[in-house]
Design a protein around this ligand. Structure first.
Ligand code: PRX
Length: 632
């Protein structure tokens, strides 16, 4: 059944119905999938524990819905197009039938290497077809995938592997990134020195490097392929069995493993994909996100495949071999729907119009944005120069924890407005809360964005630590899910996301906790203490500004110390968390009770030091003058 909403009136009616009768609404959507056994109850929930169960006692396998059920009618339709990093290398296409076979083979490789239902499998791979096969192969046999973005360091990987107690790691020898080749297996080897639960490593030969293969632990994917069957029956899963863990940063401590389950996530991603992008059967769809992030999970793989779409997987970067690469790929494959992040748009804007004007981009119908607030300048550039004022720009707001898009325009159906995520999707019930925890009902008021009712794709728990899930999302306001974002509705009720209101910074659409980066910096032996804040950055949205206090035996020059701090962060987290600015200070502004006054540091980082507000509770006021003087 085509359950796309076709007009604004229909949206309003559907929305109303979804709020009044959420269970009937979602059950109606869920009817469209292949279930081994239907659910006994649509929803069982409370936000106190929290407990959220959708399609209770339903039995299914998500890959039967992504692959098998399409075979009869779409077996020869393209499921996946892979475009390599280097445009001179040939692209590869997989029909639904071929993808089914590849996934089954990978699933059998996992089984051959001891993976069983419920086991956790870590996937640390570049954007190659085998990454897609791996994710779906886990789902096929009921193993829980934990994809770790291949830019994370060995330390970050080891933390995640140990938290999930993963049994097997899937990886590659190396990866291509623009003009560079980067070792991958070496990073895995280093991580595994401290990961006792890992028994096997499957290695894909991507760059042709001779890598260290540990006898009895490491196997080559291409060699394993010789031993496996092309068919693998799908494991029967309960709706609430774990589908995957995806680690994301919060305001405290180490990243948390956000848990998503099979039934609700499936229904949610498919419904949102079709409606937001108004996907049509013959469309070629391209989401540029890496599968290592939630956008790649929900809208590169699961959402499009559930809908029977053709989805494009791109190995490279927007700037290689030049800043026209995105546009060249769109023309090459006739991409109709294009979904990317504001940071990519801003960096391409900075490379000049010539790159985009030399391509026709005639195939484009819908443009999407995700991951961070899109500034108006970038929105207009995208709309005018990429979409030729013909394509709606859907600004999609959501989170790792929400599993799927929550607030967004529906392309050509509901209004769009620069910088606005417009309206909640059917089934999504946002609410604005003020400082005192009261609902803000009037428009044009800023508040904290919360959700008052569950939706099928929402977080179920944080892996291994349910209390942390409760604390992080359900304890701020009674009976509400708290997003951590600030928001505002305009006079017409269109939602605008302002940004995080907690100690999370969003760098090029990637989330980091300030505490997480500080913990990393503090691992450097010369650093006594540090404080990290975000500041506005032209391309990245937010940059990372670190204030560091060093001990007596610090290296000779500030440059040397800065280089060391960067090296430590790269080692602890990865290049993506590298501070943009590092200011060496003799102390941090603290209250008498020892709390760092981040508000002051934020103002210094933003270059707005004329009004620092109340500093009377500071322990050592002169330190502020020193920090202002040394600001970078
Ligand atoms: O602050 C919001 C911002 O990204 C956060 C979620 O990050 P993550 O879990 O990594 O997921 C990113 C991709 C879904 C949110 O709390 N964010 C995401 N999309 C938008 C956004 N901010 C403004 N507008 C958006 N469209």
């Amino acid at each position: 059944m085509d359950y796309r909403i076709k007009s604004f009136e229909e949206y309003q009616e559907t929305y109303q119905r979804s709020v009044e009768q959420p269970e009937e609404f979602w059950a109606g959507i869920a009817e469209n999938f292949t279930w081994r056994k239907k659910w006994d109850q649509v929803l069982d929930w409370n936000f106190e524990e929290p407990k959220v169960k959708w399609f209770v006692n339903g039995k299914l396998n998500i890959t039967e819905n992504c692959l098998d059920r399409h075979l009869a009618t779409r077996g020869n339709k393209l499921a996946l197009i892979w475009e390599p990093n280097d445009p001179k290398e040939r692209f590869i296409r997989f029909t639904y039938r071929e993808l089914h076979e590849k996934v089954c083979q990978m699933a059998n490789i996992l089984k051959r290497n001891g993976v069983k239902k419920g086991d956790r499998v870590c996937i640390y791979m570049p954007m190659i077809p085998e990454l897609a096969f791996s994710v779906l192969a886990c789902a096929r046999i009921g193993a829980v995938h934990s994809v770790i973005f291949a830019g994370f360091s060995h330390t970050a990987m080891a933390d995640r592997i140990n938290d999930a107690e993963a049994k097997v790691v899937l990886t590659s020898d190396g990866l291509n990134r623009g003009p560079k080749q980067i070792p991958v297996k070496r990073v895995v080897d280093e991580a595994l020195e401290t990961c006792p639960t890992v028994e096997k490593v499957v290695v894909v030969d991507r760059v042709g490097w001779a890598v260290n293969m540990v006898e009895g632990r490491d196997v080559w994917y291409h060699e394993e392929l010789q031993h496996v069957d092309k068919n693998c029956p799908a494991e029967e899963m309960d709706s609430e069995d774990l589908l995957f863990i995806l680690y994301t940063s919060g305001s405290t401590g180490k990243p948390k493993g956000v848990v998503h389950t099979c039934g609700g996530y499936m229904v949610n991603t498919d419904y949102t994909f079709r409606n937001v992008f108004q996907y049509e059967e013959s469309d070629i769809y391209w989401c540029t996100a890496d599968i290592g992030w939630v956008t790649g999970h929900s809208y590169l793989l699961y959402g499009p495949l559930l809908s029977g779409a053709t989805t494009l997987l791109f190995e490279g970067v927007p700037s290689f071999p030049d800043a026209g690469r995105f546009w060249q790929v769109i023309d090459k494959f006739g991409v109709n729907i294009f979904y990317t992040a504001p940071t990519a748009i801003r960096s391409l804007m900075a490379s000049g119009l010539d790159h985009v004007l030399s391509y026709s981009l005639d195939s484009l119908k819908v443009l999407g944005s995700v991951g961070e607030p899109i500034n108006e300048e970038a929105w207009h550039w995208y709309h005018i120069h990429v979409g030729k004022e013909r394509c709606p720009v859907v600004d999609t707001w959501w989170q790792t924890e929400t599993g799927g898009i929550m607030l967004s325009s529906l392309a050509n159906v509901t209004p769009t407005k620069p910088g606005h995520a417009a309206f909640p999707l059917p089934g999504v019930q946002p609410i604005l809360i003020d400082q005192a925890g009261e609902e803000i009902t009037e428009n044009e008021q800023e508040g904290y964005l919360c959700m008052k009712f569950p939706w099928p794709g929402m977080i179920r728990t944080t892996y291994g630590d349910h209390e942390r899930c409760r604390q992080s999302y359900f304890s701020a306001y009674k009976n509400l899910y708290f997003t951590g974002d600030g928001a505002k509705r305009d006079a017409n009720g269109l939602w605008r996301i302002i940004g995080r209101v907690d100690d999370v910074i969003n760098v090029s659409g990637h989330r980091f906790g300030t505490a997480e980066i500080e913990n990393a910096i503090n691992q450097n032996k010369h650093i006594v203490e540090s404080a990290v804040v975000g500041y506005p950055h032209d391309v990245k949205g937010q940059g990372i500004y670190a204030f560091v206090v060093c001990g007596d035996e610090a290296p000779q020059s500030p440059e040397h110390l800065r280089a060391e701090v960067i090296e430590t962060v790269v080692d602890q987290i990865g290049k993506i968390a590298k501070p943009d600015k590092i200011q060496i200070v003799s102390g941090l502004p603290k209250t008498r009770s020892g709390k760092i006054m981040r508000r002051i540091l934020r103002k210094v980082a933003e270059g707005e030091t004329s009004n620092l507000g109340d500093t009377s509770t500071l322990l050592d006021p002169p330190i502020v003058d020193e920090i202002i003087k040394g600001a970078l």
